[in-house]
Design a protein around this ligand. Structure first.
Ligand code: PLP
Length: 226
């Protein structure tokens, strides 16, 4: 079932779009079914869970952290995390840099943009993000590499609203690319689109879709965060 879904989704994705299989709350066996179908990039949003899966499962899996990250937990994922999608402050970036330095890695990061209407979502507003980048101190962090933007659209059924939000972030990506990352070919990732809205995301510049439910089915009840 899972393998079949992975194959189907992959076959339909444009070549330039990377699939992140969001395996949060799903057991190792489910991850291995996706793995058997060739999937190697998985997304998790709880540090402890990602760390456990990384220890248990094949070492060629690339683990992407997509959830809100607390500073005191960075050390648990710094040795292996392939990308952190959810950087929402300069302080967090500095802290990731510190832990990455300790383990001698450069960690690819995306800046999370708050574009949805929900107050509960995390991320920089456009203006906060501009201010942070203009401040230039992110340039002094050799162990993190900012490689793009991430966002979540409002959780609504209005497809025009969703399209408008993705399109705004896509325009913002172009602005930031031109102003701060002109000569940096690594600034190229646009992580938007979840199970219910990824086709809209792809029409609006997405290069990475983060899909959970449409691959693994409904999630078991949320675990406690550790
Ligand atoms: C859970 C989650 C997803 C996947 O959501 P689905 O609706 O199950 O596809 C994508 N992005 C983030 C940040 C998530 O927390």
């Amino acid at each position: 079932m899972i393998a079949e879904k992975i194959r189907k989704i992959k076959a339909a994705l444009p070549e330039a779009v990377t699939l992140i299989a969001v395996s949060k709350y799903h057991p190792n066996e489910d991850v291995m079914e996706a793995y058997a179908a060739g999937q190697r990039i998985f997304g998790e949003n709880i540090v402890q869970e990602m760390r456990q899966k990384q220890q248990d499962l094949p070492k060629d899996i690339q683990w992407h952290f997509i959830g809100h990250l607390q500073k005191n937990k960075i050390k648990y994922i710094a040795p292996f995390v392939a990308m952190i999608h959810s950087v929402d402050s300069l302080e967090l970036l500095q802290e990731i840099n510190k832990h990455a330095a300790k383990v001698g890695r450069v960690i690819p990061c995306l800046l999370q943009i708050h574009v949805a209407k929900e107050e509960t979502k995390f991320g920089f507003t456009f203006e906060e993000c501009r201010e942070m980048l203009r401040g230039n101190s992110w340039r002094d962090l050799p162990f993190v590499h900012i490689e793009g933007l991430m966002c979540m659209a409002s959780n609504v059924t209005d497809e025009e609203q969703i399209a408008m939000e993705f399109s705004e972030v896509n325009n913002f990506f172009k602005e930031v690319k031109a102003e701060f990352f002109k000569d940096d070919n690594d600034f190229r990732h646009r992580s938007w689109g979840m199970s219910h809205d990824y086709s809209i995301a792809i029409q609006n510049g997405s290069t990475m879709v983060r899909l959970g439910t449409c691959i693994f089915g409904n999630r078991p009840k949320k675990k406690e965060t550790v």
